[in-house]
Ligand binder design. Structure first.
Ligand code: M6R
Length: 615
């Protein structure tokens, strides 16, 4: 995690870095810091807290002149969040300065060695060890900074994206990457460095994404030289044109990114199927699937690997792949899969789902699957992300940037994309009738306007939220396709409001959670028509008998649940297989409003980060 930003060129570096850090705060926000070369000396300021706290502190501490600088927003791994552990970190001489995203796993042994050689450490971080290792190599081997970084990194085990400069040579920045993302924006005689392209969108649309095990020396007014860290070979820079624009990464009048992203879902879902689903013609085309159709058709099974919300989308996909395409599916937490010696063969297709495309566990699961001969397909949102590049083939969700830490539009667009894949395979395999297939396409095309309709309940949901905002616990129940939605609803509530919530298959309630039910327990039950409606209504009766407070998510016009529930929130009718795309919406809004009413930081909940690049 952590966000890094750097600038070298002819403009003032300070505003670029501060604004860039604000855009990268989704990656971590427990401390922040900046190092600027002001023309004569190195100025470093860092603080516990957010980038605004850093700005406050800078007002009193340093001049903000200088055309070279680096900045960091942290998600703590080694060492508590405090001023000392915040980045940038210096070397013992005070000449070299570094920012780092990642973990140096062998930092303790390196630290021991360096201590023996007289180095001292102010912080508890692995990063301070790395900058001193670089300094040690530089002095010992009498080499330039670039070479010292390269030699040091060859001794390091772990993951990193780093930017380093030497105050005695303030015309270059050295950067490197292994396992954590790093983009370089190419301007006119200027370069921007960042964990993703958002900090430099208004300055340039040309970017290079460093690959793993690559480093670069960037010189103002000159060029960027990229090399392989291991064998020193030169790499031809591949400059990409960015498709993202500034508007997409701003709040656009909403109070929070999360709310904006919830309301973006009708368009985001449309963007996911646009150009891929030709309803009149009855065609679904996706190059990543079309070009590898035999792999999917001959697969013994599909294994889905993901984390968090993406894992929930994988669970929904399990229902739809098995139900429509009759392909056996297993859904795995990437973090468990990667370490439990799973049976993987070259007859397996692995689908990796990740909004950010940077989740360390998912990335590791992909590498394991590839090493065992499986065909790996990626479902990512962030274009050019590590997972998108590591997989054999894939498809982007095209949801647009998701900044709020709580995933919303990522979830519904992942489900949309996976539904397209399942429908395509069902059709090619002949598992679905033509009529049913066409019906699915027509219904999927209508989902954006139905999501829009579901969003119209916002005020009503806000009123329900105000009644339950002080609950300490909450249960979410659903069956079939809506069981994963119950899990997702519970995750949304706990991660942004810090209320304990659990999702359960509705029928499992009587095997344990029913003991929790009393007159203080709110229970959100997804009870849409179709599927297991009658059975869920029986579950509602059981809750009612124990005085639990029932919030029913029901199909428009439902009257049965209305009689039993304390509150109902309606969603439009659709096919059971598509219902998660609608039932999710009120759950997102409910958790959003509760968190706002509790005064929580909705977009940046405590302890979390948007992109989990550590295991
Ligand atoms: O970027 P990814 O989809 O790989 O992220 C996976 C999880 O970290 C993510 O979904 C997390 O659970 C969200 N905060 C949930 O809202």
């Amino acid at each position: 995690m952590c966000g890094i930003v750097g600038y070298i060129g002819h403009r003032d570096a300070f505003p670029i870095i501060i604004e860039g850090l604000k855009r990268l705060e989704y990656r971590g926000y427990d401390s922040a810091g900046i190092a600027l070369f002001d023309g004569t000396d190195l100025k470093v300021t860092k603080t516990k807290g957010k980038v605004v706290d850093l700005e406050d502190r800078i007002k009193n501490e340093i001049t903000t002149n200088g055309t070279l600088g680096i900045g960091h927003t942290r998600w703590a791994t080694h060492g508590v969040p405090n001023d000392v552990n915040a980045h940038p970190h210096y070397s013992n001489s005070g000449n070299l300065v570094i920012i780092h995203n990642g973990i140096i796993e062998n930092y303790e042994s390196l630290k021991k060695e360096l201590s023996k050689r007289g180095y001292t450490f102010k912080s508890d971080t692995d990063t301070e060890v790395l900058i001193n290792l670089i300094e040690d190599v530089k002095i010992k081997e009498n080499v330039k900074l670039g070479k010292a970084v390269q030699v040091a990194l060859n001794q390091v085990v772990g993951a990193y994206s780093i930017a380093v400069f030497d105050k005695n040579k303030p015309d270059e920045i050295v950067i490197a990457r292994l396992g954590s993302p790093l983009a370089v924006g190419i301007g006119e005689n200027e370069f921007f460095i960042a964990s993703d392209a958002s900090p430099f969108l208004e300055y340039t649309k040309n970017a290079i994404y460093l690959e793993d095990e690559e480093m670069a020396i960037i010189r103002a007014n000159k060029e960027i030289k990229i090399r392989k860290i291991k064998d020193d070979s030169l790499v031809d820079p591949y400059v990409q044109e960015l498709q993202m624009n500034l508007e997409q990464i701003e709040k656009g009048g909403y109070d929070h990114f999360m709310l904006k992203e919830i309301f973006e879902q009708p368009n985001a879902i449309k963007d996911t199927y646009r150009g891929r689903m030709l309803v009149k013609e009855g065609i679904i085309k996706m190059a990543g699937v079309d070009d590898n159709i035999e792999k999917f058709l001959n697969a013994n099974r599909v294994i889905i690997v993901a984390c968090g919300t993406s894992w929930h989308a994988g669970l929904v996909a399990e229902y739809i792949f098995e139900d429509l395409a009759r392909i056996p599916v297993e859904v795995e937490y990437a973090s468990e899969f990667r370490y439990r010696n799973p049976v993987i063969t070259n007859k397996d297709v692995v689908i990796a789902i990740s909004q950010s495309g940077e989740t360390a566990d998912t990335l590791a699961a992909i590498k394991l699957a590839k090493a065992n001969g499986a065909f790996v397909f990626g479902v990512c949102n962030v274009v050019g992300s590590s997972i998108a590049r590591e997989t054999h083939a894939g498809a982007y969700t095209h949801a647009g940037p998701e900044i709020g830490v709580a995933s919303t539009k990522a979830f519904t667009t992942q489900i949309t994309l996976l539904t397209l894949i399942a429908l395509k395979l069902a059709k090619v395999k002949g598992e679905i009738s033509n009529t049913n297939y066409r019906y699915h396409l027509q219904e999927l095309e209508l989902i954006p306007e139905k999501v829009q309709k579901a969003l119209e309940s916002d005020e009503h949901i806000k009123a329900v939220a105000s009644i339950y905002k002080d609950a300490r616990n909450c249960l979410y129940l659903g069956r079939g396709y809506n069981f994963p939605v119950a899990l997702e609803g519970a995750l949304k509530l706990k991660e942004i409001s810090y209320i304990h919530a659990e999702g359960y298959p509705a029928a499992e309630m009587k095997h344990g959670p029913i003991a929790l039910i009393d007159e203080n327990m709110p229970i959100v039950v997804i009870a849409t028509k179709k599927g297991h409606y009658e059975k869920v209504v029986s579950n509602i009766e059981e809750i009612k008998a124990r005085q639990g407070k029932i919030i029913g998510i029901v199909t428009e016009g439902d009257t049965n649940v209305k009689k039993l529930a304390d509150h109902v929130i309606e969603v439009p009718e659709t096919l059971e297989s598509l219902s998660p795309l609608l039932t999710t919406i009120p759950l997102q809004l409910l958790s959003y409003h509760i968190a706002v009413m509790l005064g929580k930081n909705v977009d940046q909940p405590r302890n979390l980060a948007k992109s989990v690049t550590v295991e």
